[in-house]
Ligand binder design. Structure first.
Ligand SMILES: *Cc1c(COP(=O)(O)O)cnc(C)c1O
Length: 232
């Protein structure tokens, strides 16, 4: 993708998000764009940054650390770790990211809290929910969610910001909305149970279901393909 194309896809993604918010009767600033840059070079992140994008999502730790080193001069990038996280990788994530969207068990959260450096603010975290109940997918079940949230709320170096989901592909808007509506309801329940937590984030909506997610209250939409083009 050339620089011109990237400025165009980014503008189109912003317009698409703005239109979805308008259609949903929501404030134009009610949801933000998270640019998912996995498998894409640091030069493309730099270009998106030049066009005003600040939040970037990465899935693979080694790849992300290389890009972060190349982009160290862009000090106000907000880095989001959105991929599956194994416990032997938590230290670098705790040290090098601002957000983690993929918390699905207590042990990972515990390690991130213990390993978050004292000079950094609390790590923003979302709990990932396996909304479609797919056996192959990561994420806590809806049934496990309250116990997990209850543990994370008490972890001193984590800020429990909300929920994240990657639903199974669906074809119609109504089908897409159903699991996302459940995620929104689950967040509302957690907000009632844990009023002390900053639970303000619904991380949902990707290139294929952005409109459904925004209609169901997404606050952070994670767009990869729509901004950076197809991945290999
Ligand atoms: C890759 C990825 C995305 C972006 O998906 P697109 O369909 O390319 O927009 C969003 N969220 C997560 C967790 C991902 O792994």
């Amino acid at each position: 993708m050339t620089e011109v194309e990237l400025s165009e896809t980014l503008a189109a993604a912003r317009a698409r998000l703005a239109a979805a918010l308008r259609d949903a009767g929501r404030d134009e600033h009610a949801a933000q764009l998270l640019a998912v840059s996995k498998t894409k070079p640091a030069s493309m992140i730099r270009e998106a940054y030049r066009h005003g994008q600040r939040d970037f999502g990465e899935n693979y730790l080694q790849e992300a650390l290389h890009k972060q080193a190349e982009l160290a001069d862009l000090t106000d990038i907000v880095w989001h770790f959105i991929g599956p996280l194994q416990s032997n990788k938590t230290r670098f994530v705790a040290e090098c990211f601002d957000w983690v969207h993929s918390i699905d068990r207590k042990k990972i959260a515990q390690r991130l809290s213990e390993q978050r450096p004292a000079h950094l603010p609390a790590l923003n975290v979302c709990l990932q929910v396996n909304v479609s109940g797919e056996a192959s997918k990561s994420g806590a079940t809806f049934e496990q969610l309250d116990a997990l949230a209850s543990a994370v709320v008490d972890m001193p170096r984590l800020a429990l910001r909300g929920l994240m989901a990657i639903p199974a592909p669906a074809t119609t808007l109504a089908e897409q909305r159903m699991p996302l509506a459940r995620l929104r309801q689950a967040l509302e329940t957690l907000r009632e149970h844990y009023p002390q937590a900053p639970l303000d984030t619904l991380s949902m909506g990707m290139s294929d279901d952005l409109e459904a997610a925004v209609a169901e209250g997404a606050t952070l939409v994670r767009l990869g393909t729509a901004i950076f083009g197809a991945r290999q």
